[in-house]
Design a protein around this ligand. Structure first.
Ligand code: SAM
Length: 212
């Protein structure tokens, strides 16, 4: 996702520190206290502009949602989205997801969403893919027993790679859908990319999985 540099982004994030957690590392093992309840924690990695996480937060008020997005000039749109919907069950983190074990305690997260992750198609970039084994190690650590990974993408190559990577890691595939929009699903919250690609007639792939 390309984003123009936004010189005001730092100030905007500071002003919205009730939405963006500026020091997420200090909440490791203690995210429930930040939300003020013991509701399950769902984490979206690569939140983009926040359409999915705000839609989910509205649909599921008894779940706490955390979105992590590395690009500052993109996360500001997600911050605005959360502010507009005034949901108290969403927090955002402006970090790279490579250090999730520094942000979450073992077994702290119930579900991880990987929505339209950058596919990094060149072999030499495999390690950057969010379903590369180094990332899976982290997901396994922070997810509760039977916690889910839910992945959506339009990219067939990335989907196939992810299914193979999951299987090699011993992750159980619970559901594999090759055309998510073939059937009406009122509970499916679309991401920005999902809307864009499905409007072009491209099939959307989804996989639900959990660690053995
Ligand atoms: N999830 C959104 C959607 O479906 O519309 C955005 C998809 S966009 C293709 C991928 C997003 O993931 C970008 O905003 C990118 O900055 C973010 N991203 C990629 N790698 C990341 C990482 N390691 N940690 C956090 N965010 C990451």
């Amino acid at each position: 996702m390309r984003a123009r540099n936004k010189p005001w982004a730092d100030d905007f994030i500071q002003d919205n520190n009730h939405i963006v957690e500026l020091d997420p590392f200090k909440y490791k093992g203690d995210w429930s206290s930040l939300f003020g309840n013991e509701h399950p924690i769902h984490l979206e990695i690569g939140t983009g502009k926040g359409q999915f996480i705000t839609g989910m937060a509205k649909q599921y008020p008894a779940i706490n949602f955390i979105g992590i997005e590395v690009v500052k000039s993109i996360i500001v749109s997600a911050v605005q989205n959360v502010a507009d919907t005034d949901q108290s069950n969403v927090r955002l983190i402006n970090e790279d997801a490579k250090d999730l074990r520094e942000i979450f305690q073992q077994n702290e997260v119930d579900t991880i969403y990987l929505n339209f992750s950058d596919p990094w198609p060149k072999n030499k970039h495999e390690k950057r893919r969010l379903t590369y084994k180094k990332f899976l190690e982290q997901y396994k650590h922070i997810l509760k027993e039977n916690g889910e990974i839910i992945l959506k993408t339009d990219n067939q190559g990335f989907f196939e790679y992810s299914l193979a990577s999951f299987s090699q890691y011993g992750i159980i595939l619970d559901e594999v859908t090759l055309d998510l929009h073939a059937q009406e699903d009122p509970t499916n919250i679309m991401t920005e990319y999902e809307e864009k690609f499905s409007n072009k007639g491209q099939p959307i792939y989804r996989c639900k999985a959990h660690f053995a």
